[in-house]
Design a protein around this ligand. Structure first.
Ligand SMILES: O=P(O)(O)OC[C@H]1O[C@H](O[C@H]2O[C@H](CO)[C@@H](O)[C@H](O)[C@H]2O)[C@H](O)[C@@H](O)[C@@H]1O
Length: 389
């Protein structure tokens, strides 16, 4: 199906004339350190003009480099109770005053549940940095057994969805709970149950029915399906052009690709950025977003975690008309801001930012780290179970 011609498709018109960019796997030779200068034989016999050294200024002027530098705070210990005693540390003071604007969801718990009274709470959770702590190796970002238990209990009482930048099957394997809704690739790959009623309000284009592993019928919503070959191609190119940069990791998340620079010497960040930037010049239908020490390449379509939240709220069964629904979204990343914004602008629910350092955000509340997320989830479960007695 050509999604560009589909009404109501989130796919934006192709800004380039060709639908799929040509891969130019060889083009990076001029950016490689070993090929920056041309070959010069004897000036009298043969002179091959010296190639200009690769320019490393695009990513300074377009702000990528600054965004990369500020994309993830250094990991450091923060006191458990920010109001306990006066700290001489400037960072802690700054965090405490930041919390006046983004109060702790734990300290504000009574206020949250007061607002939730007579409403159906729906929980949205990001994965990395929210359920699992940030670690150097993306393949070893595990959530604790205790957190898994808290998520399982939450899902017993409230519809619960995980919305991650990772590929859907990967995040669902890491979480390991079948009772949840999962959206991977920043919401570009959503699995949701088929509704029973013929009058279901949802009839989304681009969603298809499949049988899952338990042979249960499920829907898949993948608005960027036509981009699969392009993402695959760009992924392979990104692997190739970063292969000489120690510490760079490239992941294929099916509908997006991630280039990690967390383990790259910061002197080489600019090189990482410039190479990714130069690849994207050939793919006008792809764009870049910044995550925590990761550059994420994704389709230029009007879809993000915020849209995924709206989509899931519509798709979840038994939610009624939305007036009496209270969505709570917990996330730590820039990509989660789209979801916070949807909740704030629609005056629909609460965004909770997970951060151990002050940050601007569209969220209402804050939690410091995945450990506090777990405590918050457990408090919700306790409150719900008490209210059922
Ligand atoms: O939306 P999320 O579930 O938060 O996923 C966002 C990205 O998470 C992963 O990267 C981040 O976590 C890694 C493990 O802790 C860390 O090493 C990395 O620096 C972080 O950016 C994942 O690997 C990315 O592909 C996701 O896009």
């Amino acid at each position: 199906m050509d999604l560009k011609t589909t009404k109501a498709s989130p796919v934006l018109a192709d800004p380039s004339s060709s639908p799929i960019s040509k891969s130019r796997l060889g083009m990076y030779s001029s950016l490689m350190p070993h090929s920056q200068s041309g070959t010069s034989f004897s000036s009298t016999i043969l002179t091959i003009p010296r190639k200009k050294p690769a320019k490393l200024d695009d990513v300074r002027s377009n702000g990528w480099l600054d965004a990369m530098k500020s994309s993830s705070p250094p990991r450091k210990k923060i006191p458990k109770d920010p109001f306990a005693g006066v700290s001489s540390d400037d960072g802690e003071c700054a965090y405490q005053s930041w919390q006046l604007k983004f109060p702790s969801a734990l300290f504000s718990f009574e206020k949250i549940i007061e607002y939730a009274r007579n409403k159906k709470i729906v929980i949205f959770l990001d994965y990395d940095g929210t359920l699992s702590p940030i670690v150097d190796d993306p393949d070893r970002a595990f959530m604790s057994a205790d957190t898994r238990c808290a998520v399982k209990s939450v899902a017993k009482h409230f519809p619960t969805a995980i919305i991650s930048g990772r590929r859907r099957d990967m995040v669902s394997e890491l979480v390991g709970l079948t009772e949840l809704y999962y959206a991977g690739s920043h919401g570009l790959d959503i699995k949701f149950p088929v509704r029973d009623t013929a009058t279901a309000p949802i009839d989304h284009l681009n969603s298809e029915k499949f049988a899952d592993q338990q042979d249960k019928e499920v829907n898949l919503f993948q608005p960027a399906r036509e981009f699969l070959p392009m993402i695959d191609e760009v992924f392979r190119t990104l692997v190739k052009i970063t292969s000489d940069i120690t510490g760079a990791i490239v992941e294929n998340h099916k509908f997006c690709a991630s280039v990690h620079y967390r383990n790259v010497d910061d002197k080489s960040w600019e090189t990482v950025a410039q190479r990714v930037h130069d690849v994207l010049k050939d793919y006008p239908r792809l764009r870049l977003t910044h995550g925590r020490k990761v550059l994420e390449v994704r389709p230029v379509i009007d879809w993000n975690k915020g849209k995924a939240v709206e989509f899931l709220l519509e798709s979840m069964t038994d939610l009624g008309n939305g007036e009496d629904v209270l969505p709570i979204y917990i996330g730590d990343d820039k990509t989660d801001e789209d979801a916070f914004k949807v909740l704030r602008q629609g005056n629909r629910g609460y965004g909770i930012l997970v951060s151990s350092t002050p940050k601007e955000s569209e969220a209402f509340f804050s939690l410091k780290d995945p450990d506090e997320v777990k405590k918050f989830l457990k408090s919700l479960v306790r409150w719900k179970e008490r209210s059922m007695l």
